[in-house]
Design a protein around this ligand. Structure first.
Ligand code: AMP
Length: 371
């Protein structure tokens, strides 16, 4: 089972494994079977997205039934255009019958509206709607949704019959992409503020790539690269590595993940020159920083945290209080001015970085969801 897939250059994260989808299909089949066991309903699958759902649904449906398909087209890429065309119409034999629409997904309800028109002159006995996925938050259609497999948030999903620009229908699991499609965040804070810990949760939640310049330096040091040797001499003293080296390294890391849905920059930028370089670099790729979030905590709390971490991680710069204080000094002189740099752009946010890890993740998520 892949954790993420790439389709036409966009990365989608796994959202629902096939087994959960199949449970939802079974739930709908059980409910409809209970209501229609004495009838012979006509199931109307909505192509193309519902083909897989219809197939599995029929295997779960235990009583006599018929099946037919209609084809509309409303999605063009990632946003609904609002244009719905009829490509395959209903057969005439639905007259006087119990008809149940089988939709793969209902979001705003525009497609259902069009389906409603299709049925308006067919004199069906009754007309019900079943959908595998239901975005109840955004649904504003006039029809009642009679059966649904599961409610999902308003994200774009692919797999199990659903597509992104016609690809991805063959995936067994369902994958999603978070809106907005591209989000780039800077996590700010003194050493020990919890940037790395929080970044690892946020990257899962939002499907982002986490770039920690400190981690990249440590990786280079471990592998004895030229960059590592150079960086070590600064890191060991608790000083910042020179801008030109760090900026180049950061750009290389971003380029390595060119199809990412967005980045969390952790420990970068740490100087005004780095922040300016980052803006320029992102701009040259049609991107930008969407928000900068600072994790606030008192120095004394941070020093305690770092000394504790130093015992476990073995990081030499976390074991000596003098080096830690030097890193704070570097922060106050070189990094703190970035607050006004991002404030001027209207992109600076800060949250209380003291508390349970989950609480802090929730505080961050509230800021990110409002960006
Ligand atoms: P961190 O893991 O983010 O605390 O980084 C550890 C060390 O790596 C820092 O104390 C610096 O010596 C170096 N470093 C990390 N990121 C940067 C950066 N953006 N600019 C300069 N030096 C950095």
């Amino acid at each position: 089972m892949e954790r993420s897939v790439s389709l036409l250059g966009k990365r989608f994260q796994r959202f629902l494994p096939e087994a959960e989808v199949l449970q939802a299909v079974q739930k709908i089949a059980d409910e409809i079977a209970r209501d229609y066991k004495d009838e012979v309903p006509v199931f109307v699958g909505v192509l193309n997205g519902a083909f897989m759902f219809v197939s599995d649904f029929l295997k779960c449906y235990p009583y006599p039934c018929e099946v037919t398909f209609v084809k509309l087209s409303s999605y063009r890429g990632l946003t609904s255009t609002g244009i719905v065309e009829t490509l395959l119409d209903l057969p005439d034999n639905v007259e006087g019958r119990h008809v149940i629409i089988l939709e793969d997904i209902v979001d705003t309800g525009r497609t259902l509206q069009e389906l409603g028109h299709m049925f308006s002159n067919k004199n069906v006995k009754n007309f019900r709607i079943a959908t595998l996925f239901y975005k109840s938050e955004v649904y504003n259609g006039e029809y009642q949704i009679d059966y649904f497999g599961m409610e999902i948030p308003d994200t774009f999903i692919v797999g199990y019959g659903l597509d992104f620009k016609e690809q991805g229908r063959n995936l067994r699991d369902v994958y999603h992409i978070n809106q907005p499609l591209m989000i780039n965040l800077v996590l700010f804070g003194k050493p020990g503020a919890g940037k790395g810990t929080q970044a690892s949760f946020l990257k899962e939640k939002y499907g982002l790539i986490h770039i920690s310049t400190g981690d990249v330096f440590r990786h280079n040091i471990k592998n004895g690269t030229t960059l590592g040797k150079l960086a070590k001499s600064y890191i060991d003293k608790g000083e910042l590595v020179p801008d030109e080296v760090t900026i180049q390294m950061l750009q290389d890391e971003v380029e390595k993940a060119s199809d990412a849905p967005g980045f969390i920059f952790d420990g970068f930028p740490r100087t005004t020159a780095q922040a300016e370089a980052l803006d320029q670099f992102l701009e040259s790729r049609g991107l930008q920083i969407d928000g900068t979030i600072a994790l606030d905590a008192d120095d004394e709390i941070l020093i305690k945290r770092l000394l504790e971490r130093g015992k476990v991680s073995g990081r030499s710069d976390d074991q000596d209080e003098q080096k830690i204080r030097n890193r704070f000094e570097e922060y106050n002189q070189k990094t703190a001015p970035l607050k006004s740099f991002y404030q001027k752009q209207g992109k600076f946010h800060s949250i209380n970085g003291v508390g349970e890890i989950q609480e802090i993740t929730d505080r961050l998520a509230r800021v990110i969801d409002g960006l």
